[in-house]
Design a protein around this ligand. Structure first.
Ligand SMILES: CSC[C@H]1O[C@H](OP(=O)(O)O)[C@H](O)[C@@H]1O
Length: 362
């Protein structure tokens, strides 16, 4: 069983994760030894991104089993703490619930530590396969646009936040088609939204694309609409943290505004996701998806590399100013051109989703 992925890996039974709060300036890791370590790493965004959140949650249940010596009555409350670490990405709850279900069904006298470890690895391996397929299906969209570009001009793709391999192992979701297109030699360029307030675009997506030598330009979050009006965006691809059975999409704050601009400018707006990000229990995303609010300091301060070479924060608002920090928003399905999944591209509509994912409908 594979136990090494780009964003995390097992070492001597502990989970090693890249500390994403230190990228792009420091490549450092953290060793998660306990379920509490896993819960904290999710809550403080050491690890983030729906898929990786789900993976770390799953391995966190394995760590809970290890520290509980396989006692299910002790594992369950520890797993509940992990499950409550962040409210929006459904992969977190899905992964914990899947682990607990497998542990509940394990035959008597099973080694629940091994059972949990095996299931957590299975989830990560499924994600790796899924992101490869998302990349292949999404690349078809890029390829079709490339054929219309004169003189081999690049296909200009806009993305928001980070939905690369730091978010879903090992090819990401929104970035998977971009990696696939690059591998196939298609001429592409990526507009990278900086993605205030945590700057996942500037810190993580720009870093990932740079590591893969994919041409990209960082832009302020509010620039995308103008670029679309100028005809400089051929395609938008974003990730997601939860998609309802009717196709409403929760994603990083600012996604909805990008979708509105795309709709107004007839720019295709696609959302890439593994099917573990569907929440078939709900239909109306605006009314039913819990939107995380985080510390006001994430808005009031900006983190970056200081002149002395250390990573630090600077305040960007008056001391007496307060801030409101919603982490996500919901894009209604009517603004979504399509959903790029591991099973194919699906219309963001209840009938189409049910048709492709009937097995996931409760
Ligand atoms: C497809 S997972 C990436 C997804 O997660 C990000 O949120 P966060 O960085 O707060 O975990 C953002 O919504 C991305 O689209």
């Amino acid at each position: 069983m594979n136990s090494t992925y780009k964003a995390f890996w097992l070492e001597a039974g502990d989970l090693i994760v890249i500390d994403q709060t230190q990228l792009p300036f420091r490549f450092v890791t953290k060793t998660l030894k306990t379920s509490a370590d896993a819960a904290l790493a999710i809550q403080d965004m050491t690890v983030r991104g729906a898929g990786v959140i789900g993976n770390v949650a799953a391995f966190g249940v394995y760590l809970a089993a290890r520290e509980s010596k396989g006692d299910l009555d002790r594992i369950k409350p520890l797993a509940a703490v992990i499950r409550g670490a962040r409210p929006t990405a459904v992969n977190l709850m899905w992964a914990v619930d899947r682990l607990i279900s497998v542990l509940d069904k394990a035959p008597a006298n099973s080694d629940l530590v091994e059972v949990a470890l095996k299931e957590a690895i299975a989830i990560a391996d499924e994600d790796v396969m899924g992101t490869r397929n998302i990349g292949r299906f999404g690349c078809e969209l890029i390829e079709a646009i490339a054929k219309t570009k004169p003189n081999g001009e690049p296909v200009n793709i806009l993305t928001h936040c980070n939905a690369g391999w730091l978010a879903i192992v090992d090819r990401g979701s929104a970035l998977a088609p971009i990696y696939e297109a690059s591998d196939r030699g298609i001429n592409i360029h990526v507009w990278v939204d900086e993605t205030r307030p945590r700057n996942q675009g500037a810190n993580l997506t720009a870093w990932e694309l740079g590591q893969s030598h994919i041409p990209h330009t960082l832009i302020a979050d509010n620039t995308g609409g103008l670029l679309m009006q100028y005809g400089k965006v051929d395609l938008c691809i974003v990730g997601t943290d939860r998609v309802t059975r009717s196709g409403d999409v929760a994603n990083k704050i600012g996604t909805y505004l990008k979708a509105l601009a795309a709709f107004d400018n007839q720019v295709p707006f696609y959302v890439a996701l593994p099917s573990s990000t569907f929440d078939m229990q709900i239909s109306d995303g605006v009314k039913e998806i819990a939107i995380e609010t985080r510390s006001a300091d994430e808005v009031l301060y900006m983190q970056g590399l200081l002149d002395d070479g250390n990573i630090g924060k600077v305040r960007i608002a008056p001391m007496e100013t307060t801030a409101l920090n919603y982490g996500f928003d919901v894009t209604p399905a009517k603004f979504v051109t399509g959903l790029i999944t591991e099973r194919g591209i699906c219309e963001a509509a209840e009938t189409a989703i049910a048709g492709m994912f009937l097995d996931l409908i409760p």
